[in-house]
Every structure is written in structure tokens, then in C-alpha cells.
Ligand binder design. Structure first.
Ligand code: ADP
Ligand code: MG
Length: 326
């Protein structure tokens, strides 16, 4: 085996220049000055969000750095997807225990592969030594007044979910020893946990169709609960209608999988509401994008989210989603 070369550690500035400075495509001034400059299009609103990922909380310490780079950006893109916005600019604040060039190079590869796919410029950030922590800020644009918000759901609207639910949470349950997954099922669930696909095109396609939207980061019941609270309505879900991947289907009856479907975070699918009259348009959008869109319930008068089984029995949910302080 070739001994690992003992290259001198890179300085903070060498590291930024080498790994995080890339040509920008729609930015006046990117990395390298005290701040970035963006020229803004008239008639558009700035859409901004940030999401932090902390070692031991959001990722395991042995995480593949390429996957972490992907996911740190993906979870932020998912927030813009839920607003129906076009993502354009990202900033990256990074705390690392050491300037490990190999680790950073792989992290940057995961980050930029996804950034390129969505034509996002990295326009700045901060780099410091500390316990591993990745904080991305994302910014994008949308025509003024058109964003998908949480507060637009109306009584009688139907509740929809994209893709499949529960895969990522099943992978976490496996890592914690609460569920045993094997072979291709394990590989599928781990990939969904490590490399979520933000539903950016779907979010944009839902403009003018959906009455409210949110991305599922903390679990369906909790996140739909946010739509309900902001819209002043309640929701009724049927457990049987929740979309489950073919891989997880044989385990669907197991308690940890039931929990993953209803309250598992980290799927980064979109949950949205729409009037019944938009069914055909939504099915057409699903076909055009090749993304499954399933109706899972309805919006009702009242408050909170109720889940019923096929016999119309209420399911008792002791934990509705992920909360950092409970
Ligand atoms: P300042 O001391 O003015 O805060 P820094 O030395 O922290 O500036 O950063 C220098 C430049 O490098 C800035 O443009 C900053 O936005 C950028 N930058 C620092 N860290 C990162 C990073 N991890 N990714 C992208 N850009 C970064
Ligand atoms: Mg700084």
C-alpha cells in the first residue's frame, strides 16, 4: 500500500480557494470579498431559508462526506421546493475539527454535483474550526405573490403526498437497532436517508394548483399539522392510502414502519393540499415529472391531524414527529 502523503495542512484561505471557489453563473460577485452581490429581477420576490446539520443530531459521525455535502444542500433545496421557488444562490458555513483535504474534497463534490444540477451558485460562507457542523443558506426567486405557503389550505381540499414515505426513518430505525433491514431493502432505505432528492421541479409545477405546501422533514403528521395550524383547519388521513415503497411494503404492518410512515422525518417529499377539482391537473403533473403523487386525506373544519385505519378506527399516535427539544 502506498503511504499516505503527508502534505502540509491547508490554511483556511487555501481551503476556501481550492474547494469552495467556483465560477458563478447568475451572481454579480461571489466568493472572495466581504460579501456577495446579487442583481435582483424586478417583479420577483427573494425566497430565503437556512438549515443546519449537526454531527450526532442530523448525521452519524462516520457519514460519507460526499453524501453529507449532497444532503446539506438537498434539505435546503427542499425548503425552496415547498415554496415553489427557483433556487439560485447558496451560502455555506462550515465548522470542521480539522482541515482534512480528502474529506473536504469529497464533501465539496457531493455539494457541487447537486448545486450544478439545479444551477445554484455558491456565493459565500464561513469556515471555522469546531465540532463538525454544516449550515447552508439557500436563496431563490419567485414571481411576486405566487409562493406556495402553509396558510392556504381550505376545508374540502384534498391532501397529497409525493413519492414514498418512511424509507429514511426506517434506515434510522435500523441504525438504532429498532428494525432489522437486509440486502436491497437496507440499501434502498439508506440511499433515501443519505441522498434525498429535493422535489424542486414538483414545487414549481404546483404553482397555481396547490393551495398550501410543506416539505416533510419532521414526519407527515407533524408537518401537515403545520399546514393545519397556519391555515386554521384540521386534516383527516387514512393510513392505507399512505404511499410506501415496494421495498418497505412487506414490513408495512410492523410498528416501527407504521411510525416511520406517519412520523418519520428525513423523507423530503412534499405534502400539499389542493381543491378536488384539480385532480386531473395533478395527475397530469405527476405523469409529466415521473413523480408519484397520491391523495392521502382531506382537509376538514377544526384543528389537528387525525389518522384512521381501513375500518375507520382512529390510530393513536404517541409521537407525531421529530422535535429537537422534547
Ligand atoms: P470575512 O473574514 O470577511 O468574514 P472570510 O475570510 O470568512 O471573510 O471569507 C472569505 C471569503 O470566502 C468570503 O467571500 C466568504 O463568503 C467566503 N467563504 C468562506 N468560507 C466559505 C465556504 N465554506 N464556502 C464558500 N465560501 C466561503
Ligand atoms: Mg468570516
Amino acid at each position: 500500500m502506498k503511504p499516505r502523503s503527508e502534505a502540509p495542512a491547508l490554511s483556511e484561505f487555501e481551503l476556501i480557494a481550492k474547494f469552495f471557489t467556483r465560477p458563478v453563473r447568475h451572481t454579480v460577485l461571489g466568493v472572495g470579498d466581504d460579501a456577495a452581490l446579487i442583481a435582483f429581477s424586478p417583479g420577483r420576490e427573494l425566497v430565503a431559508s437556512t438549515d443546519m446539520m449537526v454531527e450526532g443530531v442530523h448525521f452519524f459521525s462516520d457519514v460519507d462526506p460526499d453524501a453529507l455535502g449532497h444532503k446539506a444542500l438537498a434539505v435546503n433545496l427542499s425548503d425552496l421546493a415547498a415554496m415553489g421557488a427557483v433556487p439560485k444562490w447558496a451560502m455555506l458555513a462550515l465548522a470542521l475539527p480539522a482541515a482534512d483535504a480528502d474529506w473536504i474534497e469529497r464533501f465539496a463534490r457531493g455539494f457541487f454535483t447537486l448545486a450544478d444540477r439545479h444551477d445554484v451558485d455558491l456565493i459565500g460562507g464561513d469556515t471555522t474550526r469546531g465540532p463538525r457542523n454544516v449550515c447552508v443558506q439557500i436563496m431563490g426567486e419567485i414571481d411576486s405573490g405566487r409562493a406556495l405557503r402553509r396558510d392556504g389550505a381550505k376545508v374540502g381540499d384534498e391532501v397529497w403526498v409525493s413519492g414514498h414515505l418512511g424509507d429514511a426513518a426506517a434506515a434510522v430505525a435500523h441504525r438504532k437497532g429498532d428494525l432489522l433491514l437486509r440486502g436491497s431493502v437496507l440499501a434502498h432505505c439508506m440511499a433515501r436517508l443519505d441522498r434525498p432528492v429535493p422535489r424542486v421541479e414538483l414545487g414549481r409545477g404546483l404553482l397555481g394548483l396547490a393551495s398550501a405546501a410543506i416539505d416533510i422533514s419532521d414526519g407527515l403528521v407533524a408537518d401537515l399539522g403545520h399546514i393545519c395550524a397556519r391555515s386554521g383547519v384540521g386534516a383527516r388521513l387514512t393510513f392505507e392510502s399512505l404511499p410506501c415503497s415496494p421495498e418497505l411494503m412487506p414490513l408495512r404492518g410492523y410498528e416501527p414502519v407504521v411510525r416511520a410512515l406517519l412520523a418519520g422525518g428525513d423523507d423530503y417529499e412534499l405534502c400539499f393540499t389542493a381543491p378536488r377539482g384539480r385532480r386531473t391537473d395533478i395527475d397530469a403533473l405527476s405523469g409529466r415529472l415521473g413523480v408519484a403523487l397520491n391523495r392521502v386525506g382531506t382537509i376538514v373544519a377544526g384543528s389537528g391531524v387525525e389518522v384512521r385505519d381501513a375500518h375507520d378506527h382512529l390510530l393513536a399516535l404517541e409521537k407525531k414527529g421529530f422535535d429537537h427539544f422534547r
